[in-house]
Ligand binder design. Structure first.
Ligand SMILES: [Zn+2]
Ligand SMILES: [Zn+2]
Length: 388
């Protein structure tokens, strides 16, 4: 069974615990720029982040089978050695290798614009808490798998690869918090809340820094390390999202690239749009950033809408677990139908929070379609029943 199914309830529980800690110990506030304070958690942002996480699991379920299939194929055809999975040293070496290639993949995600368009989803929240960790892109799978193929050639068995990939991913969850300060020597060897806060900052000194997954040592080796400074960090990106819609959170930078491509003249300018760093070949960061005048995107949500959205979110958490459990038994069209319905289940609450009229229509339409969806998903069970 997909181990993420076990992790999802743990994610939800720890987010509730972090929120409770933030609220009771700190009044949900930390030190802000200029001696003021700012909120740690925001309702619309946290729900938006969690919905983005659910969307990434649904969108990634099918391509993940394909990309893992390619890894298996390369392993079977080109592996130069065979690793003993019963040896703990194999696990350690595989984890180290994975973390090394993760560093380069993550660096490319930030420094090649077409890849940044996918990874930006993880960074376009202006808050930094455990819910931010779940903001995983639904599109980075297009390029990410290529970076790990050397591990297949080196002979890391697919089962070991999957295991260390999961360890690396799960490790990175706890570092998304403002409630844990500096940890001394730990901050200089491992990825930690302090050095990962820097990674999510849009202050000048934070841009393109601290790419590590488990070890921050890679950044120190390859010149991308920055220590957290004493002033509060401003989280987010220089091309702000200004939305909590999980679909727009995944698409907005692709749309920006598309507009730039249409305006670009000549091959070199078009290649720059796609493959240069987000700031272009010149390397100058886009837009002036002034921490003192920066305004977070605020989405005021009424109490009634909050209650409704929270209930829908709780239901979506259960439904994504069911989806991940069942999708391998479904046919492609059943998976596509369930996936589409879930996309609507994620987009509609966000639209309701933003006060968009189409949110109500979408919400009504998806619930009207729910009985037909259940009927369609029961098809294999019906076939089995009639065969018996
Ligand atoms: Zn990043
Ligand atoms: Zn992060």
């Amino acid at each position: 069974m997909n181990p993420i199914i076990y992790a999802i309830p743990l994610f939800m529980l720890t987010i509730v615990l972090e929120f409770a800690w933030a609220w009771h110990r700190h009044g949900n506030r930390v030190r802000g720029v200029g001696g003021g304070t700012r909120r740690i958690y925001d309702f619309a942002d946290a729900i938006g982040s969690m919905q983005i996480g659910i969307l990434s699991r649904i969108a990634g379920a099918f391509p993940r089978l394909l990309t893992l299939g390619i890894y298996v194929l390369v392993f079977q055809q080109f592996a130069v050695a065979s690793w003993d999975m019963s040896n703990p040293l194999s696990w350690l070496a595989a984890l180290l290798l994975y973390d090394f290639f993760y560093y380069w993949k993550h660096r490319a995600n930030h420094e090649v614009r077409i890849m940044w368009a996918g990874h930006i989803t993880h960074h376009n929240s202006e808050y930094f808490n455990l819910s931010t960790a779940l903001r995983q892109s639904s599109t980075t799978f297009v390029f990410d798998w290529m970076f790990y193929l050397p591990m297949a050639v080196l002979g890391v068995p697919p089962a070991l690869f999957v295991a260390v990939a999961l360890i690396d991913l799960l490790y990175q969850y706890w570092v998304h918090t403002e409630l844990i300060g500096r940890l001394g020597w730990f901050d200089r060897i491992f990825v930690s809340p302090s050095n990962h806060r820097v990674h999510h900052g849009q202050d000048d000194y934070c841009i393109d820094r601290n790419y590590g997954g488990i070890l921050i040592v890679w950044d120190r080796l390859f010149g991308t390390y920055a220590d957290e400074r004493d002033e509060p960090i401003t989280y987010g990106v220089r091309t702000p999202l200004r939305s909590v819609n999980p679909l727009w959170g995944n698409w907005h930078h692709y749309v920006a690239i598309w507009h730039d491509l249409k305006a670009a003249r000549g091959l070199s300018a078009r290649l720059e749009c796609l493959f240069a760093p987000p700031s272009g070949w010149s390397g100058h960061q886009p837009g002036d950033f002034e921490a003192a005048t920066f305004q977070r995107h605020e989405v005021p949500v009424s109490r009634t809408t909050r209650h409704y959205v929270l209930a829908q979110h709780a239901l979506n958490v259960v439904l994504v677990c069911l989806f991940l459990y069942a999708f391998k038994q479904w046919s492609a069209w059943q998976g596509a139908l369930a996936g589409l319905w879930m996309v609507a289940a994620l987009a509609a609450p966000a639209a309701l929070m933003e006060g968009r009229r189409w949110g109500r229509w979408l919400e009504a339409a998806r619930w009207a379609c729910a009985p037909a969806l259940v009927w369609a998903l029961m098809a294999p069970a019906r076939a089995l029943g009639s065969a018996a």
